[in-house]
Ligand binder design. Structure first.
Ligand code: NAI
Length: 275
C-alpha cells in the first residue's frame, strides 16, 4: 500500500488539522511518507503523529483562521518557506478540512450563525485554494512533472439535506460547485502551463476533487444525543458512523497520482447513507 500510493516525498497542507478528520489526515499522510504542514485556528489542540519517522519526512504547523484571506496567504507562504528550509518539495497537495456547524431551525438561525458557517466552510475553502493556486506556485509544481491535488471536504448533507442545517447544507453545496468549476479551470491552466514549458503532452495536472462524508465519529458529531445517534445509525446501511480514517484513506487515493485521471468528482464516504 505504501509503495502503491507513491506519496513519499510529497508535501501536503491540511487545514482544520487539530481535530477529527483533519487529525486523521495528518496521521495518514505522514505515515505514507509525506511532509505535512498542519494548520488550524486552534493550534493548542494540534497533535503531532507518534508513528516512527522511517521516511525522515518533516512536519510543522501554523495558526490560520481560514475565514481571513491574509491568514491563508500567510499559511501558504509559511508552508513554502518550510519546504525551502528543509529542502523538501513545495506543497503540491492541499486538503481543506476546516469546518464548523451552527445548527438551528431556519426561523431561529441567526445571521451570525449563517455567516460563521458560510465564512468558514465555503469562503474559507475558497481563500485556501486561492492562496494555494498562486500562478507561480502552480508553475513551480508542474515544472517538476508532478501533479497537484486539491481535496475539499464537503458533506452528504449538501446532497440529502438535514433538519436544522440549512446554513451547513448551503455551505457544503457551495463546496461541491466550487470543486467542479475549479477542476475545469485547473485542467485548462495545467495544459497552458505544460505548453509554455515545452511539455504539451505531459500528464502533470492540477486536479480538484471533494469528499462528501456521511456521519463520522469526531468531536463535531459527539454532541449528537445518543437516541438521535441510534436513529441515524439505523438509517445507515453499514450500520455505523464512519471513522475519521475512512475519510483520510479516500484522501490518500485522491492525492496520489493513482487517481491522475480523476478530477471534478465529489465522492461520498457515508456507508451508503446517501443512496
Ligand atoms: P472537528 O470539529 O473535529 O474539526 C474541525 C477543525 O476545524 C477543528 O480543529 C477546528 O478548530 C477547525 N476550524 C474551525 N474553524 C476554523 C477556522 N475558521 N479556521 C481554521 N480552522 C478552523 O470536525 P470534523 O468532523 O473533523 O470535520 C472536518 C470537516 O469534515 C469539516 O469540514 C466538516 O464540515 C466535514 N464533515 C464532517 C462530518 C462529520 O460527521 N464529522 C460529516 C461531513 C463533513
Amino acid at each position: 500500500m505504501q509503495n502503491w500510493l507513491q506519496l513519499a516525498n510529497k508535501t501536503v497542507i491540511i487545514t482544520g488539522s487539530a481535530s477529527g478528520i483533519g487529525s486523521a489526515l495528518v496521521d495518514a499522510f505522514y505515515s505514507q511518507g509525506c511532509s505535512v504542514f498542519m494548520s488550524d485556528i486552534k493550534t493548542e489542540n494540534i497533535k503531532y503523529p507518534n508513528t516512527s519517522n522511517i521516511y525522515k519526512n518533516k512536519i510543522a504547523h501554523v495558526k490560520c483562521d481560514v475565514r481571513c484571506k491574509d491568514d491563508t496567504i500567510a499559511m501558504i507562504q509559511n508552508a513554502d518557506n518550510f519546504a525551502k528550509e528543509h529542502d523538501i518539495p513545495i506543497a503540491s497537495i492541499i486538503v481543506n478540512a476546516a469546518g464548523i456547524t451552527r445548527d438551528g431551525f431556519i426561523h431561529d438561525l441567526t445571521e451570525e450563525n449563517y455567516d460563521d458557517v458560510l465564512d468558514t466552510n465555503l469562503k474559507g475553502t475558497f481563500h485556501s485554494i486561492q492562496a494555494f493556486c498562486r500562478p507561480d506556485r502552480l508553475e513551480k509544481i508542474l515544472s517538476t512533472n508532478t501533479g497537484s491535488s486539491i481535496i475539499n471536504i464537503g458533506s452528504v448533507i449538501s446532497e440529502r439535506g438535514n433538519i436544522g442545517q440549512t446554513n451547513y447544507a448551503a455551505s457544503k453545496g457551495g463546496v461541491v460547485g466550487m470543486t467542479r468549476a475549479l477542476a475545469k479551470e485547473m485542467a485548462y491552466q495545467s495544459i497552458q502551463i505544460n505548453k509554455s514549458r515545452g511539455e504539451p503532452n505531459s500528464h502533470a495536472a492540477i486536479r480538484a476533487n471533494a469528499i462528501l462524508p456521511g456521519f463520522i465519529d469526531t468531536p463535531m458529531t459527539q454532541t449528537v444525543p445518543s437516541n438521535i445517534k441510534q436513529r441515524i445509525i439505523s438509517g445507515i446501511p453499514l450500520r455505523r458512523f464512519g471513522e475519521p480514517t475512512d475519510v483520510a484513506n479516500m484522501a490518500l487515493f485522491l492525492a496520489s497520482d493513482r487517481s491522475s485521471y480523476v478530477t471534478g468528482e465529489c465522492w461520498e464516504c457515508s456507508g451508503a447513507i446517501a443512496i
